[in-house]
Design a protein. Structure first.
Length: 481
């Protein structure tokens, strides 16, 4: 055929793009089309930082396309209407797109395919939902057997599978494009330069250096021990397949046991990402309620003032406050810190995990419905784990273990910059004279720096949370079945 549409959704890249490759095999001219969908524009789960990262990534993709003789076409409107219009304007005979797996995406694509020539390819994950199942055909609901019994048993991608970026792309001259929104701009505080080139640079640097130490360093919140590729994976500025190939190659080429363990651990994290996509696909109710429905009736406290303190990093627990301030400033948070602050909100404050899930989606540059929901439900104990409701992180012991010298805390909570190491994790224990010498008054609004006293007692909170979860379990009639 002469012309095909490459409908760009979560694949802002030219390398290893299966939808683009399929379009190229089918047509001489390609229309790279991005649709600004009012569904997402109106969503209260979409925040400015992530939207700005997307706009900036699209500008970078447009520049990459122009280097190859093409350009990005942007249109506003409902996808089915826009696609029908573009096909009419261009006489294109096919639409190619990477398959996405949220309930909205599946419904949208199913409706479009009824009237337009839409072909979906793989790409968002390595092994799409429906391909990793138990022997009886049921989906996996526990990660370890999903990973060991099924995901790793399927053929692993190899370097030879990675599709090179096209050297040239031809796009019709007569197709008009809307302008990309100028605002919101990506704030300087957000540490993620957009685009495929930056994603490739980060992956290469991580493969060369960081992946060997990943297992040892990934939980230390003050260390750059993670790949920090999540925003790029979120928008497909790098493919999931290339990330997995990098992990597999690093495992095979590891010169030490520690290096092999680092690569194996990173691969496991990539499989967690896939697992949550599968969970969302097979159990779409998780976006509206608990995976384990007996926990839908937990008697939450849901105190607005305490939720505001958590959002603003004013809980009186330094590790929690440092993490929330990092999130608010940069749109990103270290994964260990995500678990700590989620546990604190749900298990210390007894606030519904869905409040935190939504706040994260409003703030995170890498906010992804499947991974974010899966992480929150894991921490809340309402998700796919067998019996996790009694897992309650102690924020102080987590702080001592994963930020032992308080470097992360001091970076994000400047009020505590001069607090001695002996008190950095529990500043409320500082005697008055030490507070004075550290220029940090606890729970005081008087002159000088001050820092709030803890808004909750962890040991008391642990008791009432265990009681609340126990009541919800006992009240569920399925427990007697």
């Amino acid at each position: 055929m002469d012309t095909a549409v490459w409908w760009i959704r979560r694949d802002l890249r030219l390398t290893d793009n299966q939808a683009l490759a399929a379009a190229q095999r089918s047509a001489r001219q390609i229309i790279p089309l991005f649709i600004i969908d009012p569904f997402f524009e109106k969503s209260s789960y979409v925040g400015d930082k992530r939207r700005a990262f997307l706009w900036a990534g699209l500008r970078q993709l447009d520049a990459d396309l122009r280097e190859r003789g093409s350009r990005l076409i942007v249109r506003h409107g409902k996808p089915d209407d826009v696609l029908a219009t573009v096909l009419q304007e261009s006489s294109a005979e096919a639409i190619f797109a990477e398959e996405d797996f949220t309930q909205y995406a599946r419904r949208r694509d199913r409706q479009i395919a009824e009237s337009l020539p839409l072909t979906l390819t793989a790409g968002v994950v390595v092994h799409p939902p429906g391909t990793v199942l138990k022997q009886d055909g049921d989906p996996y609901t526990v990660f370890t057997p999903f990973k060991k019994n099924a995901w790793l048993q399927r053929p692993l991608p190899r370097t030879a599978d990675i599709l090179p970026a096209p050297k040239k792309l031809e796009t019709p001259d007569n197709i008009k494009s809307d302008a990309l929104p100028e605002k919101p701009q990506l704030a300087e505080a957000v540490p993620f330069p957009p685009g495929e080139a930056e994603a490739q640079r980060r992956l290469a640097a991580f493969a060369q250096d960081g992946i060997a130490r990943y297992a040892e360093e990934r939980d230390m919140v003050s260390v750059d021990g993670t790949s920090q590729l999540s925003p790029y994976l979120r928008f497909g500025m790098i493919s999931a397949r290339q990330a997995v190939v990098t992990a597999v190659n690093a495992m095979q080429q590891a010169k030490t046991k520690e290096a092999g363990k680092g690569a194996e651990t990173w691969l496991s994290e990539l499989i967690w990402r896939e697992f949550y996509v599968h969970i969302l696909y097979h159990f779409p109710h998780v976006l509206r309620s608990s995976f384990r429905e007996e926990y839908n009736d937990i008697p939450w406290r849901n105190e607005e003032d305490k939720f505001a303190a958590w959002c603003n990093g004013r809980t009186g627990y330094p590790i929690v406050d440092a993490a929330m301030r990092q999130l608010n400033a940069t749109g990103w948070m270290h994964n260990r810190a995500r678990m700590i602050v989620a546990s604190f909100l749900v298990k210390d404050l007894l606030i519904n995990w869905q409040w935190g899930e939504k706040y994260f989606m409003q703030q995170l540059v890498d906010g992804d419905p499947a991974a974010n929901n899966g992480g929150w439900q894991w921490t809340a104990g309402t998700g796919t784990d067998a019996a996790p409701y009694f897992r309650i992180f102690n924020p102080t012991s987590q702080s001592k273990k994963f930020d032992p010298d308080g470097r992360y805390i001091r970076n994000w909570v400047p009020e505590l910059a001069d607090v001695p190491n002996d008190y950095i994790h529990e500043p409320w224990e500082m005697p008055p004279l030490v507070q004075k010498s550290a220029n940090c008054q606890i729970g005081s609004d008087h002159s000088g720096r001050h820092y709030p006293a803890p808004i909750v007692d962890h040991s008391e909170a642990r008791d009432w949370t265990l009681t609340a979860y126990k009541k919800a379990r006992e009240a569920d009639p399925r427990q007697d079945a």
